[in-house]
Design a protein around this ligand. Sequence first.
Ligand code: CP
Ligand code: NVA
Length: 321
Amino acid sequence: MDLFLNGGIVLTSLYGRHCLTLQDFTAEEIKAILDLAARLKEKQKKGEAHPLLAGKTLAMIFQKPSTRTRVSFEVGMWQLGGFALFLSSQELQMGRGEPIKDTAAVLSRYVDGIMIRTFDHKEVEELAAFASVPVINGLTDLLHPCQVLADLMTIEEKFGGLKGVKVAYLGDGNNVAHSLLIGCSKMGLDIAVATPEKYRPNAQIEEKARANALKSGSRIVITADPVEAVKNAQVIYTDVWASMGQEKEKQERKKLFSPYQVNSNLVEAAAPGAVVMHCLPAYRGEEIAAEVIDGERSIVLDQAENRLHAQKGLMALLMGK
Ligand code: CP
Ligand code: NVA
């Protein structure tokens, strides 16, 4: 089937590749994923079949809970004419110590792609090193690239383009902040990240983002001041203060992060008409005020929906031919 890209030319450079981080993709490749995602969204809304992955199978390994990632990958594979298997790591031999490299090699004999959500990013790198099918990072402690593909798609829909849009991310310098830094700097969006000093983004990620920005023209600010970050921002973005695996730190983090709560005052300090994003799950009254996430500026449900479409674009380009 024609992947209807770039005026009909099929983009093949992504075929067979992994998606561990958006850093591995060029701006053109990310654009191709987003364009295909938009076309597939249109087709899905019109009820037109688009079986780009007919007969193909995706294995999904989860070492952490998930609502959006699991459902959007599973439904996405189904809509593309394929099938997805949910594999909880507890029920895999991996959970009893079977080496990742054996799991990777064996699954590669059965399926056409592997999605994994886990803690240590190195595990995903190892899985990819020993898999002969594309491996997709469904979130690690370090990165969440599929989330940011959906976020970029949502921003493009709202603003009609990506270049020059300013995103302010407030809260923890975590996996979502890291992938946003990479994604925005690749695609020419300006990004300001405000976190407490102790929770600044990873220095290597920052370095990569700054190098990307030199190419794309994106402007990057990393600060401890939430008001400075939201100044002129058209998008205000936040995420949980304690990520999966950090539950024990919740109380301590709550105190330190309270000045970074996305509430009406901070929204007022941003550009007029700024929209509010959150990757979800959200904790009202902590990182985001209820009146903001449930208010008219919030686009969190469009963002959540776009997980489905963006990942369909991604899977079709990595796993289809
Ligand atoms: N945003 C996100 O990845 O949600 P889940 O944890 O529900 O998959
Ligand atoms: N930073 C959050 C994102 C959840 C989608 C976490 O890792 O738990």
